[in-house]
Ligand binder design. Structure first.
Ligand code: B4P
Length: 183
């Protein structure tokens, strides 16, 4: 059973790679960003609250995110899961450690994708989602360095740094080799 977290700054390609990996290995792709965007589209209470926060590039409160992820992990595929966009704070990482031990997931690995701020900014401006404006991207990067980057320390023993710049399929092939312990 694959127990994976894909980690990195906004726009590094977490969603892109997690989608490909989940299709190829038959995993549950748990993207907290996608879950929130679906709630926004459906106009639920969570969606109304989340839209305002996301459009500013800030983080949705930890307790909400922890509950969402616990529920998603409780019914994940028997092949395993790839968590994309979570944890984004040390508080979330600590909560996740508790969820993992409750659910018996003890072989978790972290794929840490790397790209510089210039590359990320260009990608996001090109994509043009409602949270991809220049001002919001700047705040998302600030939030990343302030609140999310410290999570890397938390996972220093189980994380592997991987280059996120280059051809999507080539990056994917490298990630799959790492996941299958071939690299
Ligand atoms: P997310 O949906 O997680 O989005 P992201 O970090 O911006 O993007 P990702 O890294 O997945 O990049 P992608 O593959 O799409 O978060 C959005 C917001 O939701 C957050 O700001 C926050 O408000 C909220 N949120 C989510 N999770 C939360 C949590 N746990 N706690 C609190 N709040 C939370 O790629 C980006 C672009 O680059 C795409 O256009 C893609 O096509 C392109 N691309 C990908 N790989 C490429 C490559 N190799 N070369 C060139 N372009 C590439």
């Amino acid at each position: 059973m694959y127990q994976l977290i894909i980690f990195g700054p906004p726009g590094v390609g977490k969603g892109t790679q997690a989608q490909l990996i989940s299709e190829k290995l038959g995993l549950s792709h748990i993207s907290t960003g996608e879950i929130l965007r679906k709630a926004v589209t459906e106009g639920t209470e969570l969606g109304k609250k989340a839209k305002e926060i996301m459009d500013k590039g800030n983080l949705v409160p930890d307790d909400i995110m922890n509950g969402i992820v616990k529920e998603a992990l409780s019914s994940c595929s028997e092949n395993g899961f790839i968590l994309d966009g979570y944890p984004r704070t040390v508080v979330q990482a600590r909560a996740l450690a508790g969820i993992f031990s409750e659910l018996g997931f003890s072989e978790v690995r972290v794929l840490n994708l790397i790209a510089d701020d210039g590359e990320i900014t260009q990608r996001l401006l090109k994509r043009g989602r409602s949270d991809d404006t220049k001002e919001t991207i700047l705040n998302r990067l600030k939030v990343y360095y302030d609140s999310t980057a410290p999570v890397k320390e938390f996972y220093s023993e189980i994380a592997k740094d991987l280059n996120g710049v280059g051809d999507v399929e080539e990056i994917n092939a490298i990630l799959l080799r790492v996941i299958r312990n071939e690299a």
